[in-house]
Ligand binder design. Structure first.
Ligand code: GDP
Length: 201
């Protein structure tokens, strides 16, 4: 069963700073995206747990990094949602610098899942994330969430447009995803199994 590896995910810790993350060993996969893109819901769906990542109606509240363990030395790093207008520019800039440094220097970081609402893909900060990941040689898998909000053909069309736009970043893949309809789960699982070097029977 392909989901088994991720069902074992458990919350380890929250931290306010990337510098407080555990030592740079093992394998890490980061989850990033704009606030409200559906990142927490996607994490819950991927791990088949209803409350692993808190889904919140108040984006930008406390900007915490949540760490989940999948197995020994295999972690998900749930980065704070970005794009929240009320965050002061100085805090935004400081955070962006930290984030860019994390993507560039974290040796155990194997890939990044970039979550975007399929109705609002490739906003400014998403593109910055792609550029930083590219500069760091880090693979990115784009999850176009809430695909149930569009018709099948609209969703497909958006996916193709996004694929075309990110063509400049060679290490980038794209898929549609819906937690509501439980669509695209096998695809993201396969990407994660590959990144985490997990082989399942
Ligand atoms: P986050 O801020 O990125 O963690 O976003 P959340 O996971 O809290 O989701 C934001 C909102 O989008 C919530 O109201 C979710 O119920 C909704 N949502 C998330 N995923 C889906 C989906 O696949 N389909 C639909 N229709 N709504 C979704």
């Amino acid at each position: 069963m392909v989901t088994q590896a991720f069902r074992q995910a458990r919350f380890i810790t929250s931290s306010a700073k990337l510098s407080q993350l555990p030592p740079d060993t093992g394998i890490e996969v980061a989850f990033a995206g704009r606030s409200n893109a559906g990142k927490s819901t996607a994490l819950n769906t991927i791990t088949d747990q209803r409350k692993l990542a808190h889904t919140s109606k108040t984006p930008g509240r406390t900007q915490l990094i949540n760490l989940f363990a999948i197995a020994q030395d295999k972690h998900f790093v749930d980065l704070p949602g970005y794009g929240y207008a009320k965050v002061a520019i100085t805090i935004k800039e400081r955070w962006q610098k930290t984030l860019a440094k994390y993507l560039e220097t974290r040796q155990c970081l194997r890939g990044m899942v970039l979550v975007m609402d399929i109705r609002h893909p490739l906003k400014e900060m998403d593109i910055m994330m792609l550029a930083w990941a590219d500069a760091a040689g880090l693979p990115v898998h784009i999850l176009l969430t809430k695909s149930d909000k569009l018709s099948k053909s609209q969703a497909m069309q958006t996916m193709l447009q996004v694929k075309k736009s990110v063509n400049v970043y060679p290490n980038t893949t794209v898929q549609c995803f819906s937690s509501l309809k439980r669509e695209g789960i096998d695809t993201i699982h396969q990407v994660l199994l590959d990144w985490f070097d997990i082989t399942e029977e």
